[in-house]
Design a protein around this ligand. Sequence first.
Ligand code: BDR
Ligand code: CA
Length: 318
Amino acid sequence: MTRHIILDCDPGHDDAIALILALAHPNLVPLAVTTSAGNQTPDKTLNNALRILTLLNRGDIPVAGGATKPLTRELIIADNVHGETGLDGPALPEPSFSPQAITAVELMAQQIRQSSQPVTLVPTGPLTNIALLLASHSELHPKIERIVLMGGAAGVGNWTPAAEFNIFVDPEAADIVFKSGIPITMCGLDVTHQAQIMDADIERIRAIPNPIAQCVAELLDFFMIYHRDPKWGFIGAPLHDPCTIAWLLKPELFEAQDCWVGIETQSELTLGMTVVDRYQLTGKPANATVLFGLDRLGFVDLLVDSLRVYDPTYLNRR
Ligand code: BDR
Ligand code: CA
């Protein structure tokens, strides 16, 4: 079965790896790549998406840039994690093609409308573009099969004690998305912190003889730097965003529970918190499938096997 997907991302090291993982699998049909402001400024995340797709020789996929800031707040970026370019580490090609002369919302709407089957949205950055799409195109909701997003946490946050970065950057957008009624899969920190890539895994990737695997290894070398701080208690680096694609490809790797999830948009202390009702305490109906557990070795094997796809047959295709 093929699934039509739209990736809305803010590359970002783990966004880039999610993109690379997705495009290795022909059963995931990428209708568009759109970019959000988050890990870096909107001009840089757009340029990074174009550079990654250029590296993959996938200039056939339409790309558009999205909102330049969150719905009501000023933009916060994560250059402390992803560096000055947003993709520091490997030498990447300059884009060989241009973005579409329309906005991310217009491109998503166009592709959903034209799609022969319902579309799965895969946001791996702040949810600004997705919220704008849902708010401005209610007629398209029935054609959105699911939103598989990286964001939030049932436990502690990674940007504030209560909030994960993507949700914290635009909590009002997240609130719109979680209230939309569209099925959601939430890949939050509870599961992405289990998706750690270790030094030995990076060496497995480096041993794959193609330029995409080399690029991923170098992305991971840089991504490791921030996560080596002992305060996190990590052994490796958490591959947050690729969990979305891994769940689409192999849901059996994950443990999930349907829960009601609410977004805190008011409190100074807990702004951007995803309140996950794991024990059905509110009586509110579940609005998300929340991922809690992961077979880490299976996840790493999936990534490694996927990177082998990028041989000359793939990279030289027209
Ligand atoms: C999320 O924030 C970003 O830095 C990553 O790309 C990921 O989407 C993790 O909190
Ligand atoms: Ca991201």
